[in-house]
Design a protein around this ligand. Structure first.
Ligand code: 6R9
Length: 677
């Protein structure tokens, strides 16, 4: 296979002086010194940072600080950080901050789905609520090591529930509130949860989701499968929001199905709970939470994170990647049901004592200016969202953005997918008025926090590149045979050493953990993503390896083809997948969603083919283009190319579709498939 470089965007954007002056890391020289220490003396480096957090038993030394085997050929994979320490993440997120005098500081501004719905909670008040719910859990019989399923909307009670679990040493397993009953049941049984915390329902834009009904159905399935879920705590959320008013639907889902011996109202059991609850001191390597992520085939994996390493890493990445300052108002738009929400809505911000926005709504309700309205309302200084959201909103034009002041913004960050240069420029220029560094953070559920990311005061960025490794992270790029490539290159992105936040196992299936991440290239953690290194050492993540294709010996990433397609002003979104070709080996099959109101025509198809020819080269011109009214996405907004590939190949077996947000689009695309050779 030949490796074709080039077509990378080579513009440079140095950090703005205003950010640089007060930044924690002010230059590349400073970054390099810190980075080198983090690699050559990990214990010294991380111990110093750990001093910012409270440990009941401090981290030990030598193997007690860090002990690992990354080589599948040398025995079982194991990773341990600070294994003799003891601490508590809830204590560090709340009590410790209150003790430091932050009790009256706002922890969260809650902004509901409807713009009229808002609330805020201070660190002191959050601590009291968390203690109350910890006491409730204890009273319900939940003990250290028990697993608690949580399926709640983006409300403060979700943060309360997760922190209450960690306060008493229970392990939370949060499931995003948009899953089907079947997927929820699969996750509850796999995680062995016997209690679930949910709500009556939630509005997402104009759509009412009957959460409790989904949970009831899921519990029934669990019970049928021989798995007893015997307690269900229900938050009464709907009557307190106004979302329904605009759409003319009653707010109460009048009949919440109720099982007397199983269901409990949140407000009933909280009424008499004490606002004080002692902290359970937990061993540093004990499980903290599990979170399911979809496997490329088969059932979802319960990614397991442990206490001390994850705590230190979420604290450190939040502080450095977003250059946290005391007066920040931070807003991460991700749902807490995903890892981005775990680390950068809950743990990272609270451990740093930050004020954040917790947003229940969606970017396009009541109109596509909502993000910018919320930024203006709360004077958000650091904003973190996905390329998908940016691409969607940019198609609605600049006027929606310019209606609101963005003068409070200092840093704009992204996560979830490679960001195409066009979206990068729009984010930078239109949203950030050319004065906010763009922080493109690459990481995974498995990595716990950012692993490749610019530091806003130090890194000269290039549009589309996640730039350089975070402290403690040693990336390498491997060829098909597992040999490390040097200089300018393209191949498999792997990591050579553990950092504190890396996952420890797949819950209940350590063998699957080893097989998925460590067997392909013994000695390395394999991300499953492809990457290029350019002449200046910048890393460009090109997308999942299964999103790569090989056209006549040219290795191409779907991301670069899509980036060329969406550059056309008529195109809202595009997805490219590999398709078998008798001569070229593989060719491109692309799905194209035009901007609202633009017809999909032969002329547009020709224009798009020309565009790809001009941007990348003749070999990259798609053989097939299909009109797609929308694209199949995961509930966190990632395009599911795996499913599109099956559609292109008329393969009816779509594999695991549990993370798919909307099944109807798949059926439509299958029906309108373009005939292939
Ligand atoms: C945090 C999160 C992980 C996969 C990852 C990669 C893609 C995430 C990216 C990115 C390019 C970035 N990804 N961030 N690709 N540039 N900045 O998204 O976790 O849901 O587990 O997804 O997302 O393909 O392997 P998760």
């Amino acid at each position: 296979m030949t490796h074709r470089l080039g077509s990378l965007c080579d513009e440079h954007y140095p950090p703005p002086r205003s950010i640089q002056q007060s930044a924690h890391v002010k230059s590349m020289e400073e970054y390099r010194l810190l980075y080198e220490e983090s690699i050559s003396q990990p214990e010294k480096f991380w111990k110093k940072l750990a001093e910012n957090l409270y440990f009941k038993d401090p981290p030990g030394s030598g193997e007690d600080f860090l002990n690992y085997n990354f080589d599948a050929n040398a025995g079982p994979i194991s990773i341990q950080w600070m294994r003799t320490s003891s601490t508590n993440i809830c204590y560090n997120a709340l009590d410790y901050n209150v003790e430091k005098g932050l009790g009256d500081k706002v922890a969260f501004y809650w902004e509901g789905n409807h713009p009229n719905d808002e609330a805020s909670i201070t660190y002191q008040a959050l601590l009291e609520e968390v203690c109350k719910f910890s006491n409730v859990l204890l009273k319900l019989g939940v003990k250290k090591g028990d697993k608690v399923a949580i399926c709640l909307p983006m409300v403060v009670e979700l943060v309360i529930a997760m922190l209450a679990c960690t306060r008493i040493g229970a392990i939370h397993s949060i499931v995003f509130g948009g899953f089907s009953a079947g997927s929820l049941a699969e996750r509850i049984t796999d995680a062995k949860c016997t209690i679930i915390i949910t709500a009556d329902g939630v509005w997402r834009g104009k759509k009412l989701i009957h959460l409790k009904a989904i949970v009831d159905d899921a519990i029934e399935r669990c019970v049928k499968a021989g798995f007893p879920v015997n307690q269900c705590v229900v938050l009464k959320h709907l009557p307190r929001v106004t979302s329904a008013v605009d759409v003319g639907v009653g707010n109460d889902i009048s009949q919440v199905g109720w099982k007397q011996d199983r269901d409990l109202w949140w407000h009933d059991i909280m009424k008499d709970a004490s606002p004080k609850c002692p902290v359970e001191w937990i061993n540093g390597e004990d499980p903290l939470f599990m979170l399911f992520t979809s496997g490329s085939t088969g059932k979802p994996k319960g990614v397991m994170h442990t206490l001390a390493g994850y705590m230190l890493y979420s604290w450190a990445t939040f502080k450095y990647s977003f250059d946290y300052q005391e007066d920040d108002v931070f807003w991460c738009t991700a749902d807490i049901g995903w890892i981005t929400g775990h680390t950068y809505v809950t743990y990272g911000p609270l451990l740093n004592g930050s004020t954040s926005v917790l947003f229940e709504g969606v970017p396009y309700y009541p109109d596509p200016g909502r993000f910018w309205a919320v930024i203006d309302k709360y004077k958000v200084s650091k904003f973190y969202t996905s390329p998908t959201a940016i691409r969607t909103l940019m198609k609605h034009g600049e006027a929606e953005v310019r209606k609101y002041s963005r003068s409070s913004l200092k840093i704009l960050a992204t996560v979830g997918e490679p960001i195409n240069p066009e979206a990068w420029h729009w984010y930078n220029h239109v949203v950030g008025e050319d004065r906010c560094p763009i922080v493109d953070t690459f990481w995974q559920t498995e990595t716990g926090g950012h692993v490749i990311t610019p530091l806003p005061g130090a890194t000269v960025t290039k549009p589309g590149s996640a730039t350089f490794p975070f402290f403690g992270v040693v990336p390498a790029i491997l060829d098909d045979n597992g040999a490390e490539l040097s200089g300018e290159c393209e191949g498999f992105l792997v990591f050579k050493k553990p950092w504190p936040g890396i996952m420890r196992t797949v819950y209940g299936d350590h063998e699957r953990f080893e097989r998925t991440y460590f067997r392909k290239f013994p000695g390395y953690y394999c991300t499953g993503d492809g990457a290029r290194r350019d002449k200046d050492g910048y890393i460009w993540v090109t997308g999942r390896i299964d999103d790569m294709l090989n056209v006549s010996g040219h290795l191409l990433s779907t991301a670069e083809v899509e980036s060329a397609l969406v550059e056309d002003p008529c195109v809202a979104e595009a997805a490219a997948v590999a398709h078998p070709h008798p001569i070229k080996g593989e060719c491109l099959y692309c799905f194209v969603t035009p901007v609202d109101g633009i017809p999909y025509t032969d002329k547009l198809e020709k224009e798009l083919r020309d565009k790809v020819r001009e941007k990348i080269g003749p070999f990259a011109v798609p053989d097939y283009l299909q009109y797609a009214p929308s694209l199949p996405k995961t509930r966190s907004g990632k395009i599911m190319r795996r499913i599109l590939r099956k559609i292109a190949q008329s393969d009816p077996d779509l594999g695991d579709t549990s993370t798919l947000a909307d099944e109807s689009i798949v059926v439509l695309l299958q029906k309108n498939r373009v005939a292939t050779a």
